[in-house]
Ligand binder design. Structure first.
Ligand code: PLP
Length: 467
């Protein structure tokens, strides 16, 4: 059999149809697959040829290896029994948007290098400003703020630290003296982003009984650093921490940030999706006085990784910190100052057309349906929390603000571990064991696109039988 030319359009058409059929079957059958891969380290590699092929292979062989080599080595994040970490969702429109973006194969680093990529991104993020109740001045078309899609919340948070450092050292202050603050429950990306941005001082501030940053402790840390001659530069508030989905008091932190001239960044990577629903927006009161905000549609908004939104209240300091203009990037539209050039809004120059999948998600679901799905996940989380609280041996250890339920066994760590092990022995369930205040807990993140009450009932049956 002859293998077609790898650039053949006819063969591409056939292979594309076959791949979509394969993916449709994969998603249709995912609930019947074991969530966890059963492979030893090195086992997948051992199934691959030692050297790259010299001769072309037919697409059918590539597709067969998805079944034979790839899928057995995957953790099934799209399984409806997925309650681990946070969700990392897909949806048909998002998968197709990702494919369309790859098929179009454009580089949107400048407006001029693909105007549609830039303008659709700005427009979709402006829609989301309105949908999430964020300040209208964060819309690119109103300004002075604006939004940009980055690869990850870690990138956005790193970028915020770069901008804050740039502002704090403009008067000649030493980079060695700048200080970053966040709560002791902040995601590790805050400390990492600060470190990469050159901060020698990162203060992880004490939290209260519900894992939220204590503003008094932040005030004391800032005062102590000022007294030591240091330069407080940035504070990050979390709306939905990774550990327990705790919410920092954004308004009280904004008071301190404004008083001391700190850049105030919000990490709503997970819980930002809930802001589509008005009833959750009390968690972001004060957001009208923050400087930047990161949120991952690639977690809970049915959009494939990677798609992380970074909004700034004022885009001028961001662009000032990151813009460098070599002669080969000059063009009339940029020179006229009439366009957004997203290369100036993050570290990379080249950029994928990631807005396409987000645009398609919003259009294929519609905002009303997205709100229903998020509300249903939160309803299921509250129902599970009620069942746990009603059980004599179990207790919920943190407020259930969104879709995350954290609980422990009253008999201590060994008993909690026993429940987690029983759940994770079930091939159709997956939870993340964790630690809070030196005690073992179980995190149940309800938010997988296809999770229903049937799945949370299955989960509860195993917990109840073991506890
Ligand atoms: N912030 C929070 C609150 C998170 O939960 C996570 C990941 O789970 C991150 C940041 C990092 O997200 P990313 O993987 O997009 O860098």
């Amino acid at each position: 059999m002859t293998t077609p030319d790898p650039l053949s359009i006819d063969a591409f058409r056939d292979a594309g149809h076959a791949l979509i059929d394969w993916l449709a079957d994969f998603h249709a059958g995912i609930a019947y697959r074991p969530i966890r891969p059963d492979v030893a380290p090195g086992e997948i590699r051992s199934r691959l040829p030692a050297a790259a092929p010299e001769e072309p292979e037919p697409f059918g062989s590539l597709l067969a290896d998805l079944d034979d080599v790839v899928v057995p080595g995957l953790l099934q994040w799209q399984h409806p029994g997925w309650f681990g970490y946070f969700p990392s969702n897909t949806s048909p429109a998002s998968i197709l948007g990702e494919l369309a973006s790859a098929g179009l194969g454009v580089q949107g680093m400048l407006w001029a290098t693909s105007p549609a990529a830039t303008e659709i991104e700005s427009h979709v993020l402006d829609w989301l400003v309105d949908l999430m109740g964020l300040p209208a001045t964060w819309r690119v078309d109103q300004g002075p703020g604006g939004g940009v899609i980055q690869m990850s919340a870690s990138d956005s948070t790193h970028t915020a630290h770069v901008v804050a450092r740039d502002i704090a050292t403009r008067d000649g202050a030493a980079t060695d003296d700048v200080v970053a603050y966040a709560s002791a429950q902040a995601h590790s990306s805050v400390e990492k982003g600060a470190r990469v941005a050159g901060y020698r001082h990162v203060r992880l501030v004490e939290v209260d009984g519900v894992q939220a940053l204590r503003p008094q402790a932040l005030a004391a840390a800032i005062a102590s650093d000022l007294a030591a001659g240091l330069r407080p530069a940035i504070v990050t508030s979390a709306i939905g921490t990774t550990g327990t989905a705790a919410v920092d008091p954004v308004a009280a932190i904004a008071d301190l940030a404004v008083e001391h001239g700190l850049w105030h960044h919000v990490d709503a990577a997970y819980a930002g999706s809930a802001m589509l629903c008005e009833e959750f927006r009390h968690h972001q009161v004060g957001v009208d006085r923050v400087d930047s905000y990161t949120w991952n549609p690639h977690k809970w908004l049915f959009t494939n990784f990677d798609c992380s939104v970074f909004w700034v209240a004022d885009r001028a300091p961001l662009i000032r910190a990151l813009s460098i203009l070599p002669p080969y990037l000059r063009n009339a539209a940029s020179d006229a100052g009439e366009v957004v050039d997203y290369r100036d809004w993050h570290v990379p120059l080249g950029r994928r057309f990631r807005a396409l999948k987000l645009w398609w998600v919003l259009r294929s679901f519609g905002a009303a349906d997205l709100r229903l799905r998020i509300r249903e996940h939160v309803r299921l989380a509250r129902e599970l929390a009620d069942r746990i609280e009603a059980h004599p041996n179990l207790r919920v250890v943190s407020p259930v603000h969104f879709g995350l339920v954290c609980f422990e066994h009253a008999d201590g760590d060994a008993a909690t571990d026993r429940v987690a092990a029983a759940v994770n022995l079930d091939p159709g369930l997956y939870v993340t064991p964790s630690v809070l205040d030196d005690r073992h807990i179980i995190r149940v993140a309800i938010g997988q696109a296809r999770t229903t009450a049937h799945d949370t009932d299955r989960l509860w049956a195993v917990i109840n039988a073991t506890a």
